[in-house]
Design a binder for this molecule. Structure first.
Ligand SMILES: [Zn+2]
Length: 271
């Protein structure tokens, strides 16, 4: 009887091992507990740039820089209070599905479950340094999956282009040529379509001004992502501090009624 119990426990242990191996092969991150998170035992990376007047903003009509004014002071009013103005699409921000497509949810209509996700980072920074108009292809994703396992279902995928190093230098960050055309990397339409259809991503993010590459005129990646009810995350900070996979995300956009997006406090949680 005791021998039988031992055989059963060995079989169960082996089954557990096989399960965890196959889960890792699929790219599923190990599950940290919420206790470990709130007690400070997990590493948290803040993927959010600090909002201020020097932040890059979309260089088009009616877009303006971030502004902050003081409306009450401790000396005069006994309380310090400020007011801010910002376009929705400034700083580290979320593009809601209604940004580029009609009949899609606004930022306040995103469901809470959409705002928590496993995350992966596709590092193309070396290639973007020599090719500013780089666009991620489906073949690039396949190459990444050969090294790191399959992108988990419902993930947020980040493209690490290295553009974050230019954040404090607005002209370099938007990188306009003599004709005013911007040059920075992004996703290809095929990659965006593939990520939605084959990996059911909740959203895609990038460390540039736009998930479409700088020269884009049709914003096809925005149309594909938003048309599928998914969101974009732009001007994401510190992606170089994340592993390729195995982390989780908290995506907390400002909740504006009928908003097309807005500043987001974006956090990565590493087991
Ligand atoms: Zn945007």
């Amino acid at each position: 009887m005791r021998f039988l119990m031992r055989v059963i426990s060995v079989i169960l242990a082996l089954a557990g091992w096989v399960n965890s191996v196959s889960a890792q092969e699929k790219g599923t991150p190990p599950s940290p507990t919420l206790d470990a998170l709130v007690s400070g035992r997990l590493k948290i990376v803040d993927l959010t740039w600090t909002l201020d007047e020097t932040n890059p903003y979309w260089p088009a009509a009616n877009y303006e820089p971030f502004r902050l004014t003081t409306i009450a002071t401790l000396e005069k009013n006994g309380v310090l209070s400020k007011a801010f103005y910002t376009p929705e699409h400034l700083g580290t921000h979320l593009d809601a599905p209604n940004h580029f497509e009609a009949n899609q949810p606004s930022v306040d209509e995103l469901q809470p479950i959409q705002l928590f996700a496993p995350g992966v980072v596709i590092d193309v920074s070396a290639r973007c340094e020599v090719e500013p108009d780089f666009r991620l292809s489906v073949a690039d994703i396949a190459h990444w999956e050969r090294d790191h396992g399959s992108i988990p279902d419902g993930a947020v995928v980040f493209l690490l282009t290295g553009w974050g190093q230019h954040w404090k230098n607005y002209p370099r960050y938007k990188n306009q040529d003599a004709m005013g055309q911007m040059h920075f990397p992004g996703y290809s339409a095929e990659a965006a379509r593939w990520l939605v259809k084959e990996r059911n991503v909740r959203g895609v993010g990038i460390d540039t001004l736009s998930i479409d590459y700088g020269p884009s005129k049709d914003f096809i990646v925005h149309h594909i992502i938003n048309g599928a009810g998914r969101y974009g995350l732009e001007n994401v900070a510190r992606l170089e501090q994340l592993p390729a996979s195995g982390f989780y995300l908290s995506v907390a956009p400002v909740k504006i009624k009928a908003g097309t997006g807005g500043p987001v406090r974006l956090m990565a949680i590493l087991p």
